[in-house]
Design a protein around this ligand. Structure first.
Ligand code: ATP
Length: 233
């Protein structure tokens, strides 16, 4: 992926203010790399990820992504239909929050994600149980609605759902922020597996130390700009 001169502002109409969330971000990410981004709250980290994922429309700059379906595609200018395809098949996004779907059980949520990738139902069922078990989501919860889950359970399910898709590009927005140590270790192990399978990752981590030996390059952000880049591996 190649991001060139990405800038994004928000206009706050009620305050007649223009917020420059990110300015002139340029970065090249090679296949299989794991980029870690750190910076103070409000420095623009999530805005970068949301611009790549198409949650935010980019005003200036290009985000060239090497898609297996479309070839080189500029995500800054992609159509909604293209973005929907990419989100379903190639680009994953994990945040601290789970958007629960009404009347969908934890099992259905994960199985549905696997089926979207074209797996058989039999394989999807096996893999669903494997991943729910791995994240220690109690068996009694598998056929329950996640709306009633605790914060930690929701988060683990969220990560599980994104990971089973084995995305080509995975965006991580502080996914481990509210996890206990054991759950963090589990996430790290799975991220390591994904890396070994060739997934490229871009992640915001409050505690980058924890991701040590996985992150290949680290960027620091301040006021919407990268201020430092450190090659870790
Ligand atoms: N949808 C939005 N509307 C208006 N302003 C926004 C929006 N999203 C982000 N901003 C503003 O853009 C700036 C950067 O926000 P962003 O969420 O990217 O920061 P961050 O570094 O990820 O912060 P945090 O670590 O707290 O999540 C902030 O000043 C924020 O208030």
């Amino acid at each position: 992926m190649e991001i060139n001169d990405l800038s994004k502002s928000f206009i706050l109409h009620n305050q007649r203010k223009n917020i420059h969330a990110v300015s002139n971000i340029t970065i090249t990410v090679k296949k299989g790399e794991f980029i870690g981004i750190i910076g103070k709250s409000g420095s623009g980290k999530s805005t970068i990820l949301k611009s790549i994922y198409g949650t935010y429309r980019v005003q200036e700059g290009d985000i060239w992504y090497d898609s297996s379906r479309f070839g080189a595609i500029n995500l800054a200018k992609a159509t909604e239909r293209e973005m929907i395809y990419l989100r379903k098949h190639e680009i994953g996004y994990v945040s601290q929050f789970l958007n629960v779907m009404p009347r969908t059980t934890a099992r259905q949520l994960v199985t549905g994600a696997i089926l979207e990738m074209g797996q058989t139902r039999e394989m999807a069922n096996i893999e669903t149980e494997k991943i729910l078990g791995h994240f220690e989501i109690g068996k009694e919860l598998w056929d329950s609605y996640p709306a009633t889950f605790s914060g930690g359970e929701k988060l683990r399910l969220n990560i599980a759902r994104a990971m089973v898709k084995r995305p080509r590009l995975l965006l991580l927005d502080e996914p481990t922020a509210s996890l206990d140590h054991d759950s963090k270790v589990k996430v790290k192990t799975l991220l390591e597996q994904l890396m070994n399978e060739g997934t490229t990752m871009l992640g915001i981590f409050h505690d980058l130390e924890f991701m040590n030996r996985l992150v290949t390059r680290e960027y620091s952000m301040q006021n919407g700009c990268f201020t430092q880049a450190i090659q870790k591996i």
